[in-house]
Design a protein around this ligand. Structure first.
Ligand SMILES: *Cc1c(COP(=O)(O)O)cnc(C)c1O
Length: 444
């Protein structure tokens, strides 16, 4: 039996209607190097979505491999309650220096970072004698993970429908990615003016709403968010899980929002990081927060503390991978190199931009997106499969085709990416979708 067939039977794949794999089995990948995945036959596939947006510097980057290997031979894992270790201390200090938020709480994946930030925000208000501030506000199209708490602040109906009875839904505000900037700011102001006494925090993805289809908006919105959250005493949680670590052109996306009054970039009350944090090597997430939030838990009473934990909190191997990522950012100007690489890929992408089936396109940092003119509900699935046959891993979200590649594509890799994408597009548009087919690849 093939590996793919064994996988279909024994592995329940994420975000997948498993029946689809009866006709289209998962591709078995046996190795990866740089931006390339290598399958069982030795065929190479360019990882143009950074393996679900986690990979920054390519697979098995030598610096990350060396750091994790060294750590593996020294200290593999210990619990972080009552104990500490060098990698977690150094990582927390360095993330504090980079963000100005000097208190780091760790989890293992993005959704757990969302849970931590939500709980910490509401508990902080409770410790301050404002227990009624326990509701959350989110943006339309926002995505913050899929555990029950994170899903209650996520606006992707397909992900939410079946679990609606389990969720305590949050208020949904117009997103500046889909509405005029001023209208979005006014809506936020009106909401907070009326509901601030019950609102703990606003959670959002700065600059790019990934799962909504790489929907982009102006940093000006974040300046208004900071002002209104200060005015109405509401925490601002910046979910930088997908957009952190240079993805949007700055080290963190919120740093592009400069307050004209101070000339400084705005600072959230909480920052959630994961995905690129370890360069895509190991699961790790962290919530960074302010002195004010930290101090609201500082007390002689145990119950005033933040009594939250995950078994693998602060795993030393993952922290070492994250430190190696920060070293790569420190050793060379990754953001400047990315600007050159992005300009080159944008120029190469001209045939895609001008393709008759493309309605519009947009780009920010190392994210490119195209709206495809098609009414086929199976477009994303068919495109994904056609692209695989052309040697590139792409998973459109609905009718939005996007690239979110590792930062290390050579010019030849970039040319392959664009040419394969155009060929896949032509093939998908030339083929008629199978009638009645529901075999679509889910978002994202
Ligand atoms: C991926 C993602 C999450 C969830 O992270 P997981 O590791 O998949 O749980 C949360 N927020 C954003 C913005 C994401 O892109």
């Amino acid at each position: 039996m093939s590996l793919a067939e064994r996988s279909r039977q024994a592995v329940w794949h994420p975000c997948t209607q498993m029946k689809v794999h009866e006709t289209f089995p998962p591709r078995a990948i046996v190795a990866a190097k740089g931006p390339w995945l290598i399958d069982q036959r030795g065929d190479r596939i360019l990882d143009a979505v950074s393996s679900w947006w986690v990979n920054l510097f390519g697979h098995s980057h030598p610096a990350l491999v060396a750091a994790v290997t060294d750590q593996l031979n020294t200290l593999d894992h210990i619990m972080l309650a009552g104990l500490t270790h060098p990698p977690v201390v150094e990582l927390s200090e360095r993330l504090g220096q980079l963000t100005g938020l000097g208190h780091a709480f760790y989890g293992s994946d993005g959704a757990s970072a969302t849970e931590i930030a939500l709980k910490m925000s509401a508990h902080s208000w409770r410790n301050r004698g404002k227990a009624e501030k326990n509701e959350f506000v989110v943006l339309q199209g926002g995505y913050h993970g899929e555990t029950v708490g994170a899903l209650s602040v996520t606006d992707i109906p397909l992900f939410r429908q079946a679990y609606a009875p389990l969720l305590r839904l949050s208020a949904m505000l117009p997103s500046p990615a889909f509405n005029a900037l001023n209208e979005s700011i006014d809506a936020l102001e009106r909401y907070l003016a009326e509901h601030h006494e019950r609102t703990a925090a606003l959670i959002l993805e700065p600059l790019v709403q990934g799962a909504a289809g790489m929907a982009m908006y102006s940093p000006e919105y974040l300046v208004a968010v900071r002002r209104l959250c200060d005015q109405y005493q509401v925490h601002w949680i910046a979910d930088e899980i997908a957009v952190g670590f240079g993805r949007t052109g700055s080290l963190f996306a919120h740093q592009q929002a400069v307050d004209p009054a101070s000339g400084q970039h705005v600072r959230p009350d909480f920052i959630c990081l994961s995905k690129g944090l370890t360069g895509g090597m190991l699961p790790l997430s962290v919530v960074l927060t302010t002195d004010a939030v930290y101090e609201s838990f500082w007390d002689d009473r145990v119950a005033q503390g933040f009594l939250h934990s995950h078994s693998y909190t602060g795993n030393p191997l993952a922290c070492r991978a994250a430190l190696a990522v920060l070293d790569l950012f420190a050793q060379r100007d990754v953001l400047a190199d990315n600007r050159v690489a992005a300009a080159r890929l944008s120029a190469l992408a001209d045939p895609l931009n001008r393709h008759p089936a493309i309605r519009s396109h947009r780009q920010l940092g190392m994210i490119w997106a195209w709206e495809v003119d098609t009414s086929d509900p199976t477009f994303a699935a068919r495109y994904h499969r056609a692209a695989m046959e052309e040697g590139v891993l792409l998973r459109p979200i609905g009718h939005t085709l996007y690239f979110m590649p590792p930062y290390v594509l050579t010019e030849a890799d970039q040319a392959h990416l664009v040419q394969a994408s155009v060929r896949a597009l032509d093939r998908v548009l030339a083929d008629q979708p199978a009638s009645g087919a529901q075999t679509w690849v889910p978002v994202p």
